[in-house]
Structure formats: structure tokens, C-alpha cells
Ligand binder design. Structure first.
Ligand code: PLP
Length: 405
């Protein structure tokens, strides 16, 4: 008999967005006349930049001729895209990251989840609380999280770093030693950012204890404050302790097109082994690359037109975030995030719990949000709004929410 990976059996009932979808579907089935506005799941709504679709059309045409056809590409990504990433996302910002340290992939979700393949099972893992659920669940699947306790909502072997109003939504460095540290800035779900000094403290800690920082900067394009770092590699010492995940999903509307990348510096070694080599080995064995057409589209994000179009779309979403922030604040809610991030994180009113407030907004305002508790125990008492909707929908949703508060 084949034995299964029993770690999967320990996972709690349903993935957050599945549970939200279930509640929304139930409500819609009972009230088919109600028009819901969705400010819940973090999917974008604006189309791909014109420069991207033009490049993809041209690449499709290339594929139609024997001369321009591309079969399997390099597992790490085509040189044209890796070089563009190196030049624009790193060298132009004064960082020393080379193309052969950049691994193009089909998503930051897969990379954040798959990175665990190159680490032993007995590593101690630290996560922010609240947290993007993928970090927790993939470690649970790998047997690194221990057992789930439904009462506390925590896994026995994970180190939780609460990020709450009291500490400015900034994780504090654990007292004990941890080995793998997931950091995400701008943060999903709280919308908070990390200062240079805060990141420096993490880099120093990781280098001191030999930990590896798994830095998710999927939302870096939303940073408007010039003092906020876009990359962990802006911090001296990060090349020996950090891996960075980036994505075209939220930057350029690639959520359905799929393209991202992971940076593993060649200076990063543990146990005498190069993590760049291990990740390369992993990718070459289990991954066959991102489609040529998609990589040509991603390359166009860095063209002058592409960059201008991306800036415009990000400004559009940030304006939605401002509408949400201002509206909720004027209605008396305490909010954070939404200035360098597409996420606005609001305290629930009157001590309401997260799912209670979620249901209230769904049923009374017909607005779909995401309950903070779904991101971890310290998310209780908060709710997340996303700025990825249309401008009119966002404005209407805010008015509806204000009316039921
Ligand atoms: N990382 C964070 C923090 C996210 O919120 C998301 C998506 O919502 C991802 C990664 C996934 O990005 P991708 O679409 O590249 O898989």
C-alpha cells in the first residue's frame, strides 16, 4: 500500500479563500438580486499594460514560424529577461545582483512554497502573525510545523512573530534561535512596510545565527516613500543570508499570465553548500520554465512605455487605497497600510471578531472583505480591504460600509 504524506491530514479544514468563497456563494445563492462588491481576494482587475500585450502578440507570431519557434526554454529563464531584471530592479537601484542569481518562475506563490525543498525538515521556522498563509501551510506539508492546535490557531513547531498595532505591525526578532525567517514587505495582509534599520537588524541577526531570510517583496512596486527599501539586497550583508521573491503579478497585472522570479545570491551558503546551486538543481529537476511568450511580455514591463503604463496602474490602485483609507477613517475605523501597499488593514469596530465583521459587511453592505483572523491568531480583530477593485466599485463599497457602521 502506498503511504500518504500524513502532514496533509494535519492541515486545518479549508484554505482561507476557499472558506470566503463558500460564504459568498451561500449568500449569493440566497440573495441572487444583491450586487456584491469584492474587495477581498488580492487579485488585480486592470488589464495588462499595452506594451506587454504588444510584446506577447509579437512573440506569438514568432512562435508561428519554424525560425522563431521556441520549445523548452532554460529552466532559469531566458537571458533577455534575467538581464532586464538585473539591470532595472537591482543595478539601477545600486544593488549587486547578477543575472545568474535570478530564477524566473511561474509565480511567487510556487517559489515561496517550493523553497522549502532545499531546507532540512528540522529547521525552526519563524513567521509573522498575521501571515500570507502559503508560508505556514507549505511548512506544515513538509512536516516542519509540528501539529495544529485549533484552539490557538497555531502550529506547535512554528515561531509566531505577532505584528499588531502595539508594535507598529513590525515583527520583533525572536529571543531564541530560528533558522528560516519569512518576511514580507510591503506586508500582506497588514500593508505595513519595513524601514532600513529594521531590515538591517534582521540581516545582522540572520548572519549572526546562520539563519536564512526568505524575503517576499511581491508588493514592492507599491512603495511610494523614498526611504522605504524595495529589496532586502539594499541592506548590507543580505547577500550572505537572504533569498528574495518577486512577482509581476501585482506589479504588472500578471496574476493570470504567471511570471515571477526568485533571487538566490551566490554568496549564500549553508553547511558548505551553495543555495544558488541547490535551487538551480531543484528548478532544473522539477520545473520546465515559463513560456517564451510570457517572458517576452515580462521583459516589456521594463521598456520605457511599459514602465510608464505600470506606474499609471499602480497609481490607480493606490488611489483606491486612499479612498478606502479616508472613507473608513471618516467613519471612525482605525486603519493602517494603504499608502505603500494595496492593502488597508482596519480594526473591527466595537470589539467585533473578524469573521463576525466579515459576515456583517457581506450581508448588510454586500461588500466582500477578508477577515484578519484568517491570516493568523494576531489577525483577530482586524479586517483586510484590497485596493485592486475598479474605482467606482471601490468608492461605492466604501459608502456602503460607512452606511452600515
Ligand atoms: N506573496 C504574497 C505576499 C502574496 O500576497 C501573493 C499573492 O497574493 C503572492 C506571493 C503570489 O504571487 P504570484 O501571483 O506571483 O504567485
Amino acid at each position: 500500500m502506498a503511504n500518504i504524506n500524513t502532514n496533509y491530514l494535519k492541515l486545518p479544514g479549508s484554505y482561507l479563500f476557499t472558506e470566503i468563497a463558500r460564504r459568498v456563494a451561500d449568500y449569493s445563492a440566497q440573495h441572487p438580486d444583491k450586487k456584491l462588491i469584492r474587495l477581498g481576494i488580492g487579485d488585480v482587475t486592470q488589464p495588462l499594460p499595452a506594451a506587454v500585450t504588444a510584446a506577447m502578440h509579437a512573440a506569438v507570431d514568432e512562435m508561428a514560424s519554424a525560425k522563431g519557434f521556441h520549445g523548452y526554454g532554460p529552466e532559469q529563464g531566458y537571458d533577455f529577461l534575467r538581464s532586464a531584471i538585473e539591470a532595472h530592479d537591482y543595478r539601477a537601484r545600486g544593488m549587486d545582483i547578477r543575472a545568474d542569481e535570478i530564477f524566473v518562475s511561474d509565480g511567487a506563490k510556487s517559489d515561496c512554497g517550493n523553497i522549502g525543498d532545499i531546507f532540512a525538515q528540522d529547521n525552526v521556522v519563524a513567521v509573522c502573525d498575521p501571515v500570507y498563509p502559503v508560508y505556514v501551510d507549505t511548512n506544515a506539508m513538509a512536516g516542519r510545523a509540528g501539529d495544529y492546535d485549533a484552539q490557538s490557531g497555531k502550529w506547535s513547531n512554528l515561531v509566531y512573530m505577532p505584528c499588531v498595532a502595539g508594535n507598529g505591525f513590525a515583527p520583533e526578532i525572536p529571543r531564541g534561535k530560528v533558522d528560516l525567517i519569512y518576511l514580507c514587505f510591503p506586508n500582506n495582509p497588514t500593508g505595513s512596510v519595513a524601514t532600513r534599520d529594521q531590515l538591517k537588524a534582521w540581516v545582522d541577526y540572520a548572519n549572526r545565527v546562520g539563519a536564512v531570510i526568505l524575503y517576499d517583496s511581491a508588493y514592492e512596486a507599491f512603495i511610494t516613500n523614498p526611504d522605504v527599501p524595495h529589496s532586502i539586497f539594499e541592506i548590507a550583508g543580505a547577500r550572505t543570508c537572504a533569498i528574495e521573491f518577486r512577482s509581476f503579478s501585482k506589479t504588472a497585472g500578471f496574476t493570470g499570465t504567471r511570471c515571477a522570479y526568485t533571487v538566490v545570491p551566490k554568496d549564500l551558503e549553508r553547511g558548505g553548500a551553495s543555495l544558488n546551486s541547490l535551487w538551480n538543481r531543484r528548478q532544473c529537476t522539477k520545473f520546465n520554465g515559463v513560456p517564451y511568450v510570457v517572458q517576452r511580455g515580462a521583459e516589456a514591463v521594463y521598456s520605457p512605455e511599459g514602465r510608464a503604463q505600470v506606474r499609471e496602474t499602480i497609481a490607480f490602485y493606490l488611489n483606491n487605497a486612499k479612498v478606502i483609507r479616508d472613507g473608513l477613517q471618516s467613519a471612525g475605523l482605525i486603519v493602517s497600510g494603504g499608502t505603500d501597499s494595496p492593502y488597508v488593514w482596519a480594526h473591527t469596530p466595537d470589539g467585533m471578531d473578524s469573521w463576525g465583521f466579515f459576515d456583517h459587511l457581506l450581508q448588510k453592505a454586500n461588500v466582500v472583505t477578508t477577515p484578519g483572523a484568517g491570516f493568523g491568531p494576531s489577525g483577530e480583530g482586524y479586517i483586510r480591504f484590497t485596493a485592486f477593485g475598479g474605482a467606482d466599485d471601490t468608492a461605492e463599497a466604501v459608502e456602503r460600509v460607512k452606511a452600515v457602521l
